[in-house]
Design a protein around this ligand. Structure first.
Ligand code: Z5A
Length: 214
């Protein structure tokens, strides 16, 4: 697969969408073809699953049902959009991916990591991010930013303790996979965060050009 797959992770409101748009501009200015997408979602079927997952009326959703719906949306997204784009040599920037399932449904909800890993393998079928940026900040600050938009989805209604466990879940993944996952302090200005991301990407692309990175 010739393309480049970059994912953005972090607590709600940490600036993933903002940073993806800035990185797209940066890459397009260099002549790259960039696809921006998100999870859950990214294709019509996966967006329909997203509506079910995030509907605040669905407070009674069982954790296992939630997990399987996120993975179902991912399977469709990978098959229909991400894999074809990578095979065409494009750069795919994705707002959340399997690490979100590990952090939200694994670390925060307490579902079994081994079961999650098996489901990730089925849903992603070998498609895995080359680079991941975890935009790290205190969840209460991120939630404040997100709430300024005035909409509250089902996951946002979880307790602050839940979102703190999510944060710890992302930090755990970064510790386990330091080559792939970069922690970015997201409590800084938009420009500072963008600079950190661009520097890490340039470093990765340099390593890739010499065969030192996948
Ligand atoms: N979820 C899950 O449980 N399991 C899974 O497997 C997956 C997802 C894939 C998706 O929600 C929910 O699904 C999510 C995890 C769960 N729930 N939670 N909680 P979503 O897609 O609707 O929301 P989100 O992914 O959490 O992102 P967001 O709310 O859209 O936020 P963001 O993209 O990270 O931030 P933003 O939109 O770029 O910025 C938010 C605001 O802050 C905006 O007004 C910006 O202008 C401002 N901003 C951005 N950066 C800065 C800085 N540096 N300083 C000041 N202000 C800033």
């Amino acid at each position: 697969m010739m393309g480049l797959f970059i994912t953005f992770e972090g607590v709600e409101g940490s600036g993933k969408t903002t940073q993806m748009q800035l990185l797209r501009q940066h890459l397009e200015a260099r002549g790259c073809t960039v696809v921006l997408t998100r999870e859950p979602g990214g294709t019509p079927i996966a967006e329909t699953i997203r509506d079910v997952l995030l509907d605040p009326a669905h407070g009674a959703m069982a954790p296992a049902a939630e997990l399987l719906l996120y993975e179902a949306a991912r399977a469709q997204h990978v098959a229909e959009l991400i894999r074809p784009a990578l095979e065409q040599g494009k750069i795919v920037l994705c707002d959340r991916f399997a690490d979100s399932t590990t952090a939200y449904q694994g670390t925060a909800r307490g579902l079994d990591y081994e079961a999650l890993d098996r489901l990730h393998r089925i849903a992603t079928n070998g498609v895995w991010p080359h680079l991941t940026f975890v935009l790290d900040m205190a969840p209460e600050e991120g939630l404040d930013r997100a709430r300024e938009r005035g909409r509250f989805d089902r996951m946002e209604q979880e307790s602050l303790e839940f979102h703190e466990r999510v944060r710890q879940g992302f930090l755990r993944i970064a510790k386990m996979e330091p080559d792939r996952v970069t922690i970015v302090n997201a409590a800084r200005s938009i420009e500072d965060v963008a600079r950190h991301i661009q520097l890490r990407l340039d470093e990765y692309l340099q390593a890739r050009s010499t065969g030192a990175a996948p």
